[in-house]
Design a protein around this ligand. Structure first.
Ligand code: FAD
Length: 389
């Protein structure tokens, strides 16, 4: 047997099939050539060239790639996870763009929309010609979305929506917003074209994390929609939670990329840099850290692959998604923090990706269910006792 590959120590990718490997190579090449050279600038500017990127992601075929029909590629969940990993190896904000478009906005329309919603939006969204966002969180309803105040009331055959959503990825750039609101029949989802009068989406500035991503408020003031703007069949939190489970899958696979990139950066850096007349990588304390990083990156990769296979087999339970999200984001943050120390002063700059990943991962720890919520989900699964409230 040959010596393990430092970039894939446990040969996790040997568990991929040929199609999945070819998607990995295509997305990795795109990420390295088209995204990586610009990401530090986008991060420091606090913004993205959203339209250009949407068109390119559309051409690459990553928007809604694991959905079937309507211009979507229909790949395995495993392939989608690998694409997320390769994008997040550049930046969590870029993976968030793709996750929100594909796993939240498109998935909601694909799963819960009427045939007209699907025909109207999905092909354009898959092609990157239309951008979507997903409005669930409010300033007073984060971990507890059931307490949302945004309301949709009937007025004749129309719906009228009032309320404010907070922390909405892609909001300012979106052509269509999937908005969840209280109604007399429970929480329902609405497909809201963002040019509807009364809708606005001011951008949230001064973020110290996920800066290469658009984050917005959604303000709905008397937004009047036709009756068929509502998702026809789903009521209650089941609607948004189905989509969140999809997006969390993208995260647990994606963060493996951020962790790998931090580890590889630390490995290269410590091999190159000399102190006390030898490479930093030659000191025992550095090798201890490198070994810890290798273990965390590969363990997270295995968790992601196992959960991907469960998803493809149709047996993945949302408690297992919670396991993956909690375990892998935690691992990635640990890797980023340790890698940061290994770069010394250089580690705090945008010249290297490590501190950027570390700051991003603080958002990733919080969004799509905080670490605490996923711990409670695992706790419920093993005890049968819900401790959420
Ligand atoms: P809170 O719910 O107030 O939580 C604060 C702290 O209290 C956390 O540590 C939490 O774990 C803890 N806590 C809460 N309840 C309990 C409990 N019962 N037991 C123990 N601890 C508890 N939302 C969307 O709808 N769409 C998006 O596109 C989107 N994008 C986002 C992008 C960014 C950059 C960020 C930062 C957030 C985004 N979110 C989005 C919102 C995100 O999902 C929420 O921030 C998250 O759900 C947490 O809600 P919160 O911020 O209100 O925190």
């Amino acid at each position: 047997p040959s010596t393990p590959d430092p970039s894939d120590f446990l040969a996790v990718d040997a568990g991929l099939d040929d199609d999945e490997r070819s998607i990995r190579d295509t997305v990795r090449e795109f990420a390295e050539e088209r995204l990586a050279p610009h990401v530090a600038q986008w991060y420091s500017d606090g913004g993205l060239p959203v339209r250009d990127l949407a068109a390119e992601f559309g051409k690459l075929g990553v928007f809604g790639m694991h959905l079937a029909g309507y211009g979507c590629a229909g790949t395995s969940a495993t392939a989608y996870g690998i694409a997320c990993r390769e994008l997040e190896a550049v930046d969590s904000g870029l993976r968030s763009f793709v996750s929100v478009q594909g796993s939240l906005a498109m998935k909601a329309i694909h799963r819960w929309g009427s045939e007209e919603h699907r025909q109207q939006w999905l092909p354009a969204m898959a092609a990157g010609e239309a951008i979507g966002c997903f409005g669930l969180t409010e300033s007073d309803a984060g971990s507890d979305p059931g307490s949302m105040r945004t309301r949709a009331r009937r007025d004749g055959s129309d719906w009228v929506l009032d309320g404010t959503k907070m922390w909405i990825t892609n909001g300012t750039a979106a052509d269509v917003a999937v908005v969840w609101a209280q109604t007399d029949e429970g929480i329902r989802g609405f497909v809201v074209p963002t040019d509807t009068p009364g809708f606005s989406a001011p951008e949230i500035h001064r973020k110290l994390s996920l800066r290469a991503s658009v984050t917005s408020e959604l303000v709905l003031e008397g937004v009047r929609l036709p009756e068929d703007a509502a998702f026809p069949d789903v009521r209650g939190l089941r609607g948004p939670l189905t989509c969140l489970s999809e997006a969390r899958f993208g995260i647990l696979a994606g963060v493996v990329g951020a962790a790998r990139n931090c580890y590889e950066t630390a490995l290269r850096y410590t091999l190159d840099r000399h102190q006390f007349d030898k490479p930093l990588a030659g000191f025992q304390l550095t090798q201890r850290k490198l070994a810890d990083l290798v273990v965390e990156v590969n363990r997270a990769g295995l968790v992601a692959l196992q959960i991907s296979r469960l998803k493809d087999a149709g047996t993945l339970h949302h408690h297992q998604v919670s396991f993956g999200k909690m375990a892998n984001v935690r691992a990635a943050l640990e890797v980023a923090r340790t890698a940061r120390t290994m770069l010394g002063g250089s580690g705090i700059t945008l010249e290297y990706p490590v501190m950027r990943h570390m700051a991003n991962l603080e958002t990733v720890l919080t969004y799509e269910g905080t670490e605490e919520m996923h711990a409670l989900s695992i706790g419920q699964a093993v005890t049968g006792l819900p401790a959420f409230r």
